[in-house]
Write a protein that binds this ligand. Structure first.
Ligand SMILES: [Ca+2]
Ligand SMILES: [Ca+2]
Ligand SMILES: [Ca+2]
Ligand SMILES: [Ca+2]
Length: 442
């Protein structure tokens, strides 16, 4: 069975369409959102069932209210939603089953991003949360750093396991086994809400001690004394030299210098820094919009996608040796997403995943108040038509702009569905079920 291709407007991939968005209230100012199969479909049937659960951070801090932002004096949370498998009625597909308060160390803590990973190596996914502070000088600051909540099979809930402090408030989170010892480690970028300040352009790496607890932070300096924090960091395979593929590398942009830094992992602790500069036709003023994925089939290393405030989606191509290339002179490496695209200095999200039948061709989804996606062609370029509304599905009445996004197959029909966290009060997530179906060609 193959997907029926459309050739209208010169486009060769069929554009996925979505059921009307289901909006679920989760609490004030949601930030990061992540999905993975972490629970069974009910407490009575707690074994894993293949259907992904959702975790969304409820930050309690309005990131769009300028610096230092508006904090509502509440502790940051993580809300866990169980996948009930009831996708015949998407309103019944997710149930809130736990609300975790990040008050384990200091109640004035703001939760930022979240990821699923089996930290304690028991075969079940745990929650990793980055924590920033409320930036209100009249209150004691929160305990910034990385929090780990492990799945407990007796309670079918997540319980506090560890807190790894970081020097600065952290936001963007990426999980990988950086030292290749079989245990998942954590890297985080500095929250740009800390701006203005100095020398915040670093990445915090916290290794797993083998039990899910975190070793003391290693700070990776991005080679400057920039006043601009790093915001988001991504991991990927950017180094194909012998031994390089077993050590996940890192990449972050430096907004102040309009460039990026490729961090080649040498041994899990030492990283070799390579500055990546765009061609003279481009300026990379990028903070939160970074994703890595194998956009080029057969190349074995990952590429980087990022969005700038002028509405351009940039793709930079790994050379397999820790470096990157970017051709903006007719090389189709940039996609203009159009007006209404992401604004400078505004944090939003980008994610890679599969939205149509091109299983080996990752697509990209961008939060830009609403959402917009582009379809990967598998050669590092993307199919997109800004005039076609199907590329910008409606997120419903969401009480806030789409902020973080994720692509995950919630109903297990083989096609990626969309979840957005909507950064308002009351805040919500929007769930858009993909209607894509394979069509047999006789
Ligand atoms: Ca599940
Ligand atoms: Ca676990
Ligand atoms: Ca490790
Ligand atoms: Ca689906």
């Amino acid at each position: 069975m193959v997907a029926l291709a459309s050739t209208a407007d010169g486009q060769v991939q069929r554009i996925p369409e979505f059921e009307p968005a289901e909006v679920i209230g989760v609490g004030p100012y949601p930030w990061g959102v992540a999905a993975a199969d972490a629970l069974g479909k009910s407490p009575i049937d707690p074994d894993l069932d293949g259907y992904p659960e959702v975790a969304v951070v409820v930050g309690q801090l309005n990131i769009f209210d300028g610096s230092p932002g508006y904090w509502n004096k509440q502790t940051g949370q993580v809300v866990v939603l169980r996948n009930t498998q009831n996708w015949a009625n998407p309103a019944d597909g997710l149930d809130i089953v736990q609300t975790i308060l990040l008050d384990d160390v200091q109640p004035n803590t703001i939760s930022a991003d979240v990821a699923w990973a089996d930290m304690d190596d028991d075969g079940r996914l745990d929650l990793v949360v980055s924590a920033t502070t409320h930036f209100d000088s009249s209150y004691e600051p929160g305990a910034v750093g990385i929090y780990v909540y492990r799945y407990d099979e007796n309670s079918d809930q997540f319980e506090f396991l560890d807190y790894g402090p970081t020097t600065y408030s952290v936001r963007g989170l990426t999980i990988a086994d950086f030292d290749n010892d079989g245990d998942m480690d954590v890297a985080a970028g500095v929250d740009f809400l800390i701006y203005p300040a100095d020398d915040y352009d670093s990445i915090s790496v916290l290794k797993n001690d083998g039990t899910g607890r975190l070793e003391p932070e290693t700070m990776l300096e991005l080679g400057s004394e920039s006043i601009d924090p790093t915001g988001t960091v991504v991991s990927g395979v950017f180094d194909l030299t012998p031994g390089g593929t077993t050590l996940p590398d890192l990449f972050a942009f430096r907004a102040e210098f309009w460039d990026g830094v490729s961090m080649t992992n040498l041994d899990g602790t030492d990283f070799e820094m390579t500055t990546v500069t765009p061609d003279s036709c481009a300026e990379w003023d990028i903070r939160d919009f970074v994703a890595s994925a194998p956009f080029t089939s057969g190349k074995m290393s990952d590429d980087i996608a990022a969005v700038t405030g002028d509405g351009l989606l940039h793709v930079i191509h790994s050379d397999g040796n820790g470096g990157f290339t970017h051709d903006c002179w007719g090389g189709d490496d940039d996609v203009y997403l159009g007006s209404g695209s992401p604004l400078n200095y505004r944090p939003f999200g980008i994610t890679a995943g599969h939205l149509n039948a091109g299983g080996s061709k990752p697509d990209l989804l961008v939060a830009d108040e609403g959402i917009v996606f582009v379809l990967g062609k598998g050669d590092g370029t993307f199919q997109y038509d800004g005039q076609d509304q199907r590329y910008s599905p409606d997120i419903g009445t969401a009480n806030g702009p789409a902020f973080r996004v994720t692509i995950v197959d919630l109903d297990q029909d083989g096609f990626g569905d969309i979840i957005t966290s909507n950064h308002g009060a009351p805040g919500s997530i929007s769930v858009l079920i993909n209607k894509f179906q394979l069509i047999s060609i006789p």
